[in-house]
Design a protein around this ligand. Sequence first.
Ligand SMILES: *[C@@H]1O[C@H](CO)[C@@H](O)[C@H](O)[C@H]1NC(C)=O
Ligand SMILES: *[C@@H]1O[C@H](CO)[C@@H](O)[C@H](O)[C@H]1NC(C)=O
Ligand SMILES: *[C@@H]1O[C@H](CO)[C@@H](O)[C@H](O)[C@H]1NC(C)=O
Ligand SMILES: *[C@@H]1O[C@H](CO)[C@@H](O)[C@H](O)[C@H]1NC(C)=O
Ligand SMILES: *[C@@H]1O[C@H](CO)[C@@H](O)[C@H](O)[C@H]1NC(C)=O
Ligand SMILES: *[C@@H]1O[C@H](CO)[C@@H](O)[C@H](O)[C@H]1NC(C)=O
Ligand SMILES: *[C@@H]1O[C@H](CO)[C@@H](O)[C@H](O)[C@H]1NC(C)=O
Length: 390
Amino acid sequence: MDERSAGHRVVLITKTVFLLTLFLLCQLGSEFKFRSAAENDIEVGDLPRGEVAGLTDMLSSLQWRLQLPKLSSYCRETPELSLNIIITCPVDKGTPHISKITMDSLALTGIISEHVAALTHLQKLDLSDNTIHGSIPDQIGQLDQLITLDLSKNQLTGTIPTSLGNLRNLQVLNLGQNLLTGKIPPSLGRLSSLQTLSLLENGLSGTLPPELGKLSNLQKLRLPSNNLRGDLPKDYENLKNLTIFGIGGNYLSGPIPTFIAKWVNLYALNLMGNNFEGELPPEIFNTSSLQFLFISDLQTMGFSFPKSANLSSISSLDLSFNNLTGGIPNTLKKLFLSELYLTGNMLNGTLPDWIYSNVKKKGDLAYNEFIFPEPETHKNLPNNSSRINL
Ligand SMILES: *[C@@H]1O[C@H](CO)[C@@H](O)[C@H](O)[C@H]1NC(C)=O
Ligand SMILES: *[C@@H]1O[C@H](CO)[C@@H](O)[C@H](O)[C@H]1NC(C)=O
Ligand SMILES: *[C@@H]1O[C@H](CO)[C@@H](O)[C@H](O)[C@H]1NC(C)=O
Ligand SMILES: *[C@@H]1O[C@H](CO)[C@@H](O)[C@H](O)[C@H]1NC(C)=O
Ligand SMILES: *[C@@H]1O[C@H](CO)[C@@H](O)[C@H](O)[C@H]1NC(C)=O
Ligand SMILES: *[C@@H]1O[C@H](CO)[C@@H](O)[C@H](O)[C@H]1NC(C)=O
Ligand SMILES: *[C@@H]1O[C@H](CO)[C@@H](O)[C@H](O)[C@H]1NC(C)=O
């Protein structure tokens, strides 16, 4: 269940050594009346001063305009809060700590305070989808309990702090859709727990750090729409847990490595709009996990679909502007595609009529060298085939 919609608050209360009570408090909008700590004869202390100061500073730097209740007793007195801010505070030996802050989509306009570092028990910080500006403070790298850091969809500038490489528990790092510049720090290769790394739609430049090849738990690597250059590092061969690899809209060059076909869990591959050279390794057409395959603009003298192409799970295929030659192999006839884009190649032969029935949503095969069958032999074409552009 979504944390936000439920508004759940988990308060774990202990008295000296014994765990007395675990309240699952459905707080917001519910009629549940909280019993105070005193009534239950339990001792929940105040939030540590450092955390109160850090939170206060962070909220004011973010231009948070609503008044929070007295912060020192925040976790004890189950305050009335705006629906939009979720602060979770588990209690450790009577002392509550701030462990999760979710403040996405609140039109926050300020900056991220460096005093966020005082929130030493923070496991999740989600400030996505606001208009926060300024840079990402180095001090975030001190929050070594962080599991999720999501600062995406803001207007953050400057570079990605090298110190983020110290967040050894981090599983999700999302800095996408900001205005970040500079290189991807090689230190991110130390985030051995990382499962998701999203830096898409920024102004990042330089080459891809080979160090990211050490992230053996990485499942989603999203880097589209930056200014990255150079080859795909050989070390990325080890990223065998990848399910999504997106790097479209950069200036990467060199050959497309065959090792991509060894990422056996991959279901989305986006290499569109780079400067890659040579043909697509034929092994890529044998991957049974791929559902989304987007590769365009290869610099190549031309290559054909392998005769045995067997993209058995494919649902969207875009191989536009790749100098593809020859025909569309009949093996693809067995597929049911949502989208098929083969625009601007040198494909020839008779246009297969299964295209009309097997491409469900949208297709574009214009700018090829297909022979179109005589109208009478094609009388079974649906009249409403405008979704396919020829
Ligand atoms: C992939 O992830 C699983 C657990 O998520 C892990 O056990 C496995 O070692 C990872 N694969 C590689 C190649 O590291
Ligand atoms: C693809 O698979 C087919 C059938 O299993 C096999 O004959 C062919 O050699 C494979 N092609 C490549 C490039 O691996
Ligand atoms: C496509 O192939 C032709 C030769 O067949 C070549 O002249 C042209 O440069 C190629 N285009 C690209 C973008 O590589
Ligand atoms: C295509 O791949 C699927 C899934 O791996 C497999 O079941 C099927 O036999 C393959 N078809 C051919 C013609 O190799
Ligand atoms: C298609 O183009 C290839 C060269 O790319 C050529 O060898 C073949 O004869 C052509 N086929 C047809 C039917 O035009
Ligand atoms: C398309 O429309 C024409 C009449 O305009 C009709 O004769 C033909 O059967 C239709 N074809 C299909 C496949 O519905
Ligand atoms: C096209 O017409 C067929 C038969 O009339 C219909 O089943 C199908 O939903 C139509 N498709 C679209 C995209 O309008």
